[in-house]
Design a protein around this ligand. Structure first.
Ligand code: AMP
Length: 512
């Protein structure tokens, strides 16, 4: 199984169908898309020595070339390593090194000037002659490389509470199972649809390409390369059939813009939301302003897109006696997975009792890249331990109550406190640091850092702000610093983040 065979098939069945669009402009038909993938496969092989199974990273903004590059990598049988383009170049370089990537696609081709890339890792700038040269290597292999279903397709870098990003190994089979389930449990996909990539392709949004390639639908990268609510509403009216993933904060901005401009989202067929908690008031508002265009999914990199879904018709059934409870839930288990809520011994808990959500099925990752210990801790007897705390009701609806991993979700993007803490404690003025999220109306959560200064060394917020700017992606930087004498710990010496949250709720640091 090679997921690129879906592109090959569609290009033969509907070669002239529009495939890649930038805004309203068609950049490639399916025949052209497949020809580009073939040529990139040949170029990676001949000019850069990349072979099947080797890793190729992508570190750039959303653009149509991103999809061409992804399919070039898979056509060759290599493994894609999409990296969040908002990361600091140093953080991207760490991932490239960890993945042992043989090549990296960037926009300008200048990553190698900002950081030292591993020896033997070739950089291809999509805006440089190196990209044009890739396609000149020849027509390339006529069909995508034949692979075992268990072959690696996507190394999805997430982070753990250990602070180091971990590479989630997704196989071609995982992606095929995820995509086929989508059409049963999330939404149907029609050739007249346009998948819009308004959220980063390196993350969940990138996974929407597969079912749309399979159905010969359009793939649209907005001209803004990101999420601009006004642009999306305009595209709905002009292009039609839009379907896209949006984090809850994006949904909120879209709904606000629709209301402000007196629109209802005409031409937007489906907004799939997830990735972080959606407040009931916000989804009710969204349904009132834009109508039944929404579907919720709950998944994680380790079981992409596929743990539960809250379907369109359930969201629309406002007459149902438990409608609001259902709106607060993440829906019911998707068709290809089994979902349980368990105690620490992995025993089932009765309905209504919170415990850890565990998942089993063909979408569950093969493990963490070169990290056996983390794999052993997360995949237990074939079950994926999600680290999320939730409860099931008697009808099978799952409600998430907490995240056991203390991940901060800001603007739909995960921020791992430990990563931020590790940067902070490297500053000589910082003796101790603990990072938590605080509720934020606009972003969902924002980052707050508790700091114990080193005795006798002057330390203030602007100094730490400047330090973080040089060391980490801007979205991870603390929005607020709270200086204190001690950080509360339990008897094992573990920081009590619940205590920090309580202090914050009581107003700690408000005067700073
Ligand atoms: P990631 O692996 O980056 O996709 O992050 C996955 C995590 O995001 C999950 O483990 C949950 O904690 C959270 N998450 C994903 N979908 C939802 C959702 N629909 N509602 C609440 N939290 C979610």
């Amino acid at each position: 199984m090679n997921i690129a065979s879906w592109l090959h098939a569609t290009a033969r069945i509907t070669p002239d169908a529009p495939a890649l669009l930038e805004g309203e402009q068609v950049r490639a038909t399916y025949a052209e898309f497949a020809a580009r993938a073939r040529a990139i496969a040949a170029g990676l092989r001949d000019a850069h020595g990349v072979g099947p199974g080797q890793r190729v990273a992508l570190f750039m903004e959303n653009r149509t070339e991103y999809l061409e590059a992804l399919y070039g990598v898979w056509w060759l049988g290599a493994v894609a390593v999409p990296i969040n383009y908002k990361l600091h170049p140093k953080e991207a370089a760490w991932i490239i090194e960890n993945a042992d990537a043989s090549a990296v696609f960037t926009a300008a081709g200048t990553l190698g000037e900002a950081v030292r890339l591993p020896t033997g890792c070739h950089e291809v700038g999509v805006d440089t002659p190196a990209w044009v040269a890739l396609g000149a290597a020849g027509p390339g292999p006529e069909v995508p490389a034949l692979l075992d279903a268990g072959a690696l397709a996507w190394l999805f870098y997430t982070s753990g509470t250990t602070g180091r990003p971990k590479g989630v190994m997704l196989t071609h089979q995982n992606l095929a199972a995820m995509s086929t389930t989508y059409t049963l449990d999330v939404d149907d996909v029609r050739p007249s649809d346009a998948a819009v990539y308004a959220a980063p392709l390196s993350h969940g949004a990138g996974l929407y390409n597969f079912m749309h390639v399979r159905r010969g639908a359009r793939h649209l990268v907005p001209r803004s390369h990101g999420f601009d609510p006004g642009e999306i509403l305009d595209l709905g009216e002009r292009v039609g059939g839009l379907s896209f993933f949006a984090a809850p904060t994006m949904v909120k901005r879209l709904v606000d813009e629709a209301r402000r401009t007196g629109r209802t989202g005409a031409g937007i067929r489906t907004v799939v939301y997830g990735g972080g908690p959606m407040y009931v008031a916000d989804i009710e508002d969204a349904l009132a302003v834009m109508g039944p265009r929404f579907v919720q999914i709950y998944g994680q990199g380790e079981s992409p897109m596929t743990i539960t879904s809250l379907r369109r018709e359930v969201l629309a059934a406002s007459e149902h006696p438990r409608w609001r409870e259902r709106l607060a839930s993440v829906g019911a288990a998707q068709g290809c997975v089994e979902v349980r809520v368990v105690d620490e011994a992995m025993a089932d808990l009765p309905p209504g009792t919170p415990g850890e959500v565990v998942v089993r099925g063909p979408t569950v990752m093969a493990g963490y890249w070169r990290n056996e210990q983390a794999t052993r801790e997360t995949l237990v007897d074939g079950w994926l331990r999600t680290g999320d705390i939730g409860r099931l009701d008697v009808e099978g609806f799952l409600t998430l109550t907490d995240r056991s991993k203390d991940v901060i979700i800001s603007g739909g993007t995960n921020i791992y406190p430990r990563e931020v803490e590790e940067v902070l404690v490297r500053h000589p003025a910082v003796a101790e640091a603990a990072v938590i999220g605080e509720p934020d109306r606009e972003w969902g959560e924002s980052v707050v850092a508790f700091i114990v200064p080193t005795e006798g060394v002057p330390c203030d917020a602007p100094t730490l702000e400047a330090w973080c700017r040089g060391e980490m992606a801007s979205f991870k930087k603390p929005k607020r610093y709270v200086f204190c004498e001690v950080i509360p710990k339990n008897s094992y010496g573990k920081t009590l983040k619940t205590e920090l949250r309580r202090l914050l709720a009581e107003g700690a640091g408000r005067h700073i």
